[in-house]
Design a protein around this ligand. Sequence first.
Ligand code: SAH
Ligand code: SF4
Ligand code: F3S
Length: 439
Amino acid sequence: MNSLNTFFIRTYGCQMNELDSEIMASQLEQRGLVESENENDADLIIFNTCSIRDLAERKLFGKLGIISRKKKKKIIGIAGCTVMAKKEKILDKFENVNFIIGTNNLTDLNNVLDEIEEKNIRLSKTDTKYEKKLETYFAKRKNNIKASVSITRGCNNFCTYCVVPYTRGREYSRSFETIIDECNYLKDQGIKEIMLLGQNVDSYGTDNHKMNKYFHDLLYEIDKINGIERIRFMTSHPKDITTDLMYAIKDCKKVCNFVHFPLQAGSNRILKKMNRGYTLEEYLEKVNKLREIIPNVSIGTDIIVGFPTETDDEFMQTYKAFEQIDFDLAFIFEYSPRKNTAAYKLYKDDISIEVKDQRMKKLMNFYNCNIKDKLKKFIGTTQEVLVENLNKDKNFLKGRNKRYEKVIFKGNKSLIGTIQNVNIKETKHQTLIGEISFS
Ligand code: SAH
Ligand code: SF4
Ligand code: F3S
């Protein structure tokens, strides 16, 4: 095999996968490889994959087909959730794939490459247990303003539609001390915003009560780190969010007033079939509490339409709840059956694509109009913006307020990484446009 000098990682899926790609990239850099700007130039390509919906997987397989045909001397590796869902089947199907590496083998990457280089074999590493080395592994981050930190990995909730418990294994809370150490390390690197990641951050510590540390304890501790300006977290589970956590969000100056709090469905029968562990009434009670305790809180959601057996009437219950709650951010998905999951085994995917599309469109229409109206209310206000980068058109700087609304304004590049007060003058789509306030 030719020696490897350059690499390219293509990442699909969620922020946990983005972080995992950074962990792999930092190991490859330790090995002396340089990251390529595009995949055609790279000696090693890794696809870090997502399995959450069928489309994500189909896109990957299409891409692999094309790249396998074009590939000459390249080494191709597949990582991520699809590896855990499909395992050796990937090696069988794509003969030009040299190795597969699962979500619990990220720090084995260099050993795998050594073996491939030495023996010219195809390799598969797909452990189902949390990789202990990840506990203390601090990846080199791409972005120098914002960084993600994983606080839990895996998931124990087994929502019936969801593949994540099968692709990432059981929930594991990382030790309190290592998380704080990593936040301090990032602060030393100049990072201003930390995103704490977990499938269900609210359950941090509940898999290991001996630690006697829970999610709100983490927030209070990270809030004390001088140099970190903002703390975000994702995702909160409606069955596990606590009042202690709500007060921590309110009390900690750096913790942002945005809670991603997926409702999924508005019908209690469907919520039960999804195994979400709450009713609509319980969810609404928690939303009221969030709004009562946290000033100006912004609430985000995920919604699934067309779950098996969902009637028109039950969809309308989702629609009405969505309208009533008046979400600030929403991701709406059509149900996609995933192998291994309980819903796949127990229920037929009986809602037609047409009906799923109609339901999705109806919700999206409401959401898009509603968000436009909601954003107009910001005109005339001043927003505190952490400046992240140049906007696409390069004429503006872009950033977000604490609630997570995107704000663009004119200003010098030297402001990237600082917090600026911006007077909002107008809105476009889902963006606030303003001018720096000098008062
Ligand atoms: N752990 C997070 C989110 C994980 S996946 C949570 O529990 O909220 C992100 C979103 O993808 C989910 O909230 C859900 O809305 C959606 N999703 C997961 N599996 C899906 C499936 N099989 N079909 C359609 N959407 C799905
Ligand atoms: Fe999937 Fe549910 Fe776990 Fe989220 S909480 S990752 S939706 S099983
Ligand atoms: Fe994330 Fe997709 Fe896996 S959403 S956890 S990369 S299945």
